[in-house]
Design a protein around this ligand. Sequence first.
Ligand code: C5P
Length: 313
Amino acid sequence: MTSVLETAPAVTARAPAKVNLELGVGAVREDGYHPLATVYQAVGLHEDVTAATADAWGVTVRGRDAELVPTDETNIALRAAMLLADEVGGDLAPVHLTIHKRVPVAGGMAGGSADAAAALVACEALWAAGLSKAELDPIAAQVGSDVPFLLHGGTAVGSGRGEIITPVLAKGSYHWVFVPTPAEGLSTPEVYRTFDELTEGRRVPEPEPSPAMMAALRLGDAEALADVLTNDLQPAAIKLQPRIGEVIEAAMGFGALGAIVSGSGPTVALLAGSQEGAIDLAVALTASGVADEVLRASGPVAGAHVIPAPRLT
Ligand code: C5P
């Protein structure tokens, strides 16, 4: 059992979840990944990770869906921290990570990737390693395709397999309602495999960010953005989890400006015109029984950053 002394040096970092405003997917590459042209937006639903000097490497997970997260070396945040330790070198003491979760696990909002991004920022600060975020990017990309974006946050285009980040000029703040739907049979690899099945025999063009999306973001107008939300993985996600399609249809009926599967799903992301609009939509979804639970968040927000102290709740 790892022990963390009350007085052990510790740093806490916070990282956001993401929604893909556009997710263009190309034909599967030889390495098994798919080329992406995606537009990420970081949203204000956060994971906190505390890195504390300890006598052995380890991880504790608290908060939402904590029981679904592995606490061995397959934990993505622990992997990120250990890779950074190798990179920094020298005689570093092991670290125990405590993760406080708020983002649904395996929901398409990159909660696990946020844990990895926060772990990198927390450990970098704990070790005073002097590495910039750009210098953390290669390690982030090694642990997951979404991790580099969550280091930087804001609104950005992701290319390659999603790990090559270019910031985008985006005005305004957007109000989202997220509806978690059951995740059975809907792992990210399974959704990509279903995408391959659905596109078999068709020529899948090389994905590119759309000029219409860039124009909507420059305008900073939620209605304009709602009109151009697209996700090439949506048909695959709905095929695996038909409930997603029902939630999207009901939400549009309740006045959502736009509705889209978040990443590979199964969370549904709904765009509202204002904070009041988001509250009304959330109430309509839960009161009608369409959703048991909804989460509200605005974006864009900052990427992973150190915060003063761990949350105690
Ligand atoms: O990079 P990450 O670990 O998040 O990816 C999880 C899985 O999602 C990959 O193993 C792959 O099956 C699929 N994936 C993909 N193309 C991408 C990103 C992920 O096929 N661009």
